[in-house]
Design a protein around this ligand. Structure first.
Ligand code: HEM
Length: 302
């Protein structure tokens, strides 16, 4: 979905939503995303090599954007601006030890774009699919948003306090992330030797969590394959829901992602109805779980 790249590109670095810069950016971004989990062979012709070349082109674009910001040619109020002003090394080199070099700065921007784009795109796609398949949930969700709209005075847009007060929407988002499990695994390093189900794990080993199984554990989630946001009415057992991970490495984009999803839901359910064009439940076996068909739909105004 181009929508999420436009939103995140705009928030992080005020990228124009259309035009040549956005097109180049999107083309390179697509190459990087598609070879993200490829084997690391730096040999021309491999996906990894293509990814490195695309990253270099992205760095060159960022170099020119950063230089325009530093010499005052472009002034913005975005994440990149605060990285440049507050967190990057200055030319004098004084008091710079805890600041980012330009390469680190560019890598941070790319990390946020990559980590924040495909995940949110997948979440939106699953959301549309689950809502389409669960008309009762969709109706209740629509009621919540109609109430918000009806209470609003005049033509004003969605406000921050409205977004913060969407209890059913928050449960729908959590249930979407549970059922879909956008990131099916991620790893941790064992801090000490331990044993689990008879398997010995040694300190320092990398452990992959099987989040799909955790999210479909019958003991925690009754009828785990049913889409049921009311599961989140009561607090769950700790570590049984890991839609955004947990602990110090938990997703730092959690609030941005929830905001994007809530705003999208608001406009989607108030304005549109949709029907799927393909019925295929298989999941694309990539790092970010996505319906294989990308879930094409036909959309009509309500
Ligand atoms: C629905 C959308 C999203 C989902 C489902 C999601 C999910 C996750 C998960 C499961 C992790 C691993 C957490 C862990 O190891 O405990 C993660 C890490 C991360 N996410 Fe997200 N994420 C989303 C959106 C975003 C956005 C919008 C951004 C940034 C703009 C972002 C940036 C990151 C980064 C940088 C990490 C690595 C954190 C670290 O290793 O310290 N994510 N995300």
């Amino acid at each position: 979905m181009q929508f999420t790249l436009k939103v995140i590109g705009n928030m992080i670095m005020s990228l124009e939503p259309t035009g040549e810069e956005q097109e180049n950016f999107r083309a390179n971004f697509k190459i990087i995303s598609s070879c993200f989990a490829s084997l690391p062979f730096k040999i021309p012709g491999t996906a990894f090599h293509r990814g490195l070349k695309a990253r270099d082109r992205m760095h060159a674009m960022l170099d020119s954007i950063i230089s325009d910001r530093r010499n005052g040619k472009s002034v913005q109020q975005d994440f990149l601006e605060s990285l440049i002003r507050k967190h990057s090394k200055n030319a004098s080199g004084e008091d710079n030890d805890d600041k980012l070099s330009d390469k680190q700065l560019k890598d941070n921007v790319l990390t946020l774009l990559i980590a924040g784009h495909d995940t949110t795109t997948a979440a939106l796609t699953w959301l549309v699919k689950f809502l389409g398949e669960n008309p009762v949930v969709l109706e209740r969700l629509r009621e919540e948003h109609m109430e918000i709209r009806d209470k609003r005075e005049g033509e004003s847009s969605l406000t921050w306090s409205e977004v913060m007060n969407m209890p059913y929407t928050a449960k729908v988002i959590s249930e979407t992330l549970r059922r879909a499990t956008i990131l099916p695994w991620y790893s941790r390093k064992a801090a000490q030797d331990f044993e689990i189900d008879g398997y010995k794990i040694e300190k320092g080993w990398s452990i992959n969590l099987d989040v799909v199984s955790i999210h479909h554990d019958q003991e925690v989630f009754k009828n785990p394959f049913t889409f049921d946001p009311s599961r989140f009415d009561e607090p769950l057992r700790p570590f049984s829901y890991l839609g955004f991970g947990s602990g110090p490495r938990m997703c730092p984009g959690i609030n941005l992602a929830k905001l994007e999803l809530s705003v999208f839901i608001h406009h989607l359910v108030l304005r549109y109805k949709w029907t799927p064009l393909e019925r295929d439940d298989s999941v694309q076996p990539t790092l970010v779980r996505m319906p294989k068909s990308k879930y094409p739909i036909m959309v009509e105004s309500l």
